[in-house]
Design a protein around this ligand. Structure first.
Ligand SMILES: Cc1cc2nc3c(=O)[nH]c(=O)nc-3n(C[C@H](O)[C@H](O)[C@H](O)COP(=O)(O)OP(=O)(O)OC[C@H]3O[C@@H](n4cnc5c(N)ncnc54)[C@H](O)[C@@H]3O)c2cc1C
Ligand SMILES: NC(=O)c1ccc[n+]([C@@H]2O[C@H](COP(=O)([O-])OP(=O)(O)OC[C@H]3O[C@@H](n4cnc5c(N)ncnc54)[C@H](O)[C@@H]3O)[C@@H](O)[C@H]2O)c1
Length: 466
């Protein structure tokens, strides 16, 4: 059995960053990653980077002259090849980053044998045990597969990971779900040339957003031909052979006004399950380590990410809560502060955390929505601006969307901001920085922004309410 100071399970954002930092301190570190296709973790291999690479390619292609489906499919295959190039490069860089620091990278599946011992099972079937003084769990999340009859037998069912590897552009893509993954995939595949249908179980589109923002997003998708159905429950799928092509039929129950339900069949060349992701703990044999889960099945942690075993910490998606790469990175900062800093960082003091959905145009938000602020009983001022009013949006020809700000009516405190416009994913960071620094609406109103930029729209947006 090999002994290490620190064992990291899972090559995710938080895990690889803490592995590198520990190695820099001269500690003996082992990184266990179950797949040689996953060095660098979910983000660079099967999530953020490949989706945004494809989304970028899709946008470039959508600006081209009219093409027939065969040409669009050929362009899509080239985009997938470019995506593979980008992820392959980053995967190798990530591996070299750790091995270059002397971290022992073991490619096998890890599970606990005892609180300080981990077994690694390699692809060829042999196993090795490692002992570690401290252990960091960073195993991420898995895609939820809803219990729908016939899913396992169908040839056309995908999670986000397998869809990104599909070399053939689907003519008809049906997406179950209308969350983050669904929005990005719907927007991107519609731009590539697929006919996209979203089937969402819930009855409200984007229930966490204000109605006007959700409507703006819906209108942008529908303008690309995306069909959106709410209150849909998929019952069964089956494959049918049509002209030598295997297509999939989804039998669904649709909620009708008045409470009735109607059956409807949707046909697809590919079906994406975008129905949520849950913490991946089931392969870890956590009972052997005495590590407890919370009610949601995530690893239970305290504010500094210690599990029920103080020498074992959990970072990223596996500990529940927000599932973003930058949260996993912030988890690393919390651990760094606990190990070598002042011990003041905590999951409760991250400050405002924004998100961006990289559809076209992107949607980004930080802080409270108008509905949330009102539900809290806050006296608020609300400002709205159509994206079409922004000179840069005009010159880009990207005039769909809207901007919205929510502030405290008495003191101008910025409570929240939702942006659905070109560059929203960049602009939101400016608003987040102002909120984090405790600056008010007048600060963003009077800030000198570059021109012509999308961000300068914050002058006008916050000018309406301060
Ligand atoms: C399609 C998609 C798009 C997304 N887009 C964005 C985005 O634009 N921006 C954003 O911030 N977030 C995005 N996310 C979320 C983001 O990818 C995750 O929140 C983030 O990658 C989680 O990182 P992590 O550190 O928890 O671990 P991960 O990066 O998930 O790493 C976990 C690693 O552990 C390995 N592993 C698991 N079990 C074991 C085991 N038993 N033994 C050994 N190894 C194991 C896995 O193979 C994996 O490599 C997206 C997610 C998806 C699915
Ligand atoms: N840009 C980003 O930051 C980004 C992009 C993609 C994903 N992510 C992360 O990945 C996580 C997972 O994304 P997601 O979109 O899978 O989850 P999600 O939780 O955002 O959305 C899942 C949706 O599927 C619906 N649903 C569940 N079961 C269903 C069923 N059987 N039929 C139809 N609809 C059903 C839910 O009502 C919900 O609207 C997100 O929470 C997010 O943190 C982030």
């Amino acid at each position: 059995m090999r002994n290490f100071d620190d064992i990291i399970i899972g090559f995710g954002k938080g895990g690889k960053t803490i592995a590198a930092a520990l190695a820099d301190k001269g500690r003996r570190v082992a990184m266990i990653e179950k797949s040689d296709r996953m060095y660098g973790g979910t983000c660079i291999n099967i999530a953020c980077i490949p989706t945004k690479t494809l989304a970028h390619e899709a946008k470039l292609l959508s600006g081209r002259e009219e093409r027939d489906f065969a040409q669009k499919a050929a362009d899509y295959a080239c985009a997938v090849a470019r995506k593979d190039e980008v992820t392959g490069f980053l995967r190798q860089k990530n591996l070299e980053m750790l091995t270059g620091k002397g971290v022992a990278v073991l490619t096998g599946q890890a599970s606990f044998v005892s609180p300080h011992e981990v077994e690694v099972r390699f692809a060829d079937g042999h196993a090795e045990r490692l002992a570690g003084e401290n252990i960091y769990i960073n195993t991420g999340a898995y895609s939820v597969i809803p219990p729908i009859e016939g899913l396992a037998e169908s040839a056309n069912i995908h999670t986000s990971a397998s869809l990104l590897d599909l070399k053939r552009l689907p003519r008809e893509l049906v997406i179950l779900g209308a969350g983050y993954i669904a929005l990005e995939m719907a927007s991107m595949y519609a731009e590539f040339g697929s006919r996209v249908t979203m089937l969402e179980y819930g009855r409200r589109f984007l229930p966490r957003e204000d109605e006007d923002v959700a409507q703006s997003v819906r209108a942008a998708l529908e303008a690309r031909g995306v069909r959106i159905y709410l209150g849909v429950s998929a019952q069964a799928v089956r494959d049918v052979n049509e002209d030598g092509t295997t297509r999939t039929e989804l039998r669904c129950l649709m909620s009708m006004p008045g409470g009735a339900e109607e059956e409807r069949i949707f046909r697809a060349d590919a079906v994406l399950l975008a129905t949520g992701r849950r913490p991946l703990t089931r392969e870890l044999n956590l009972e052997a380590a005495g590590v407890r889960l919370d009610e949601q099945g995530a690893i239970a942690v305290d504010g500094q990410l210690c599990t029920s075993q103080p020498h074992i910490r959990a970072l990223g998606d596996v500990k529940g809560g927000l599932q973003f790469t930058y949260i996993s990175l912030d988890d690393f900062r919390i651990v760094r502060d606990a190990l070598w800093g002042e011990g003041k960082r905590d999951i409760a003091n991250r400050g405002p955390v924004a998100y961006a959905v990289f559809m076209d145009p992107p949607l980004a938000r930080v802080g409270l929505s108008e509905e949330e602020a009102r539900a809290l009983g806050r006296k608020i001022k609300v400002a709205r601006l159509p994206a079409a009013a922004i000179p840069r949006a005009r010159l880009l020809g990207e005039t769909s969307g809207m901007l919205k700000a929510v502030t405290d009516a008495a003191n101008g405190e910025i409570l929240g901001c939702a942006l659905h416009c070109a560059d929203a994913g960049e602009m939101i960071n400016t608003v987040t920085a102002a909120m984090r620094a405790g600056r008010d609406a007048a600060f963003l109103r009077d800030m000198i922004y570059t021109h012509p930029s999308m961000t300068e729209a914050l002058n006008e947006l916050f000018g309406q309410i301060s």
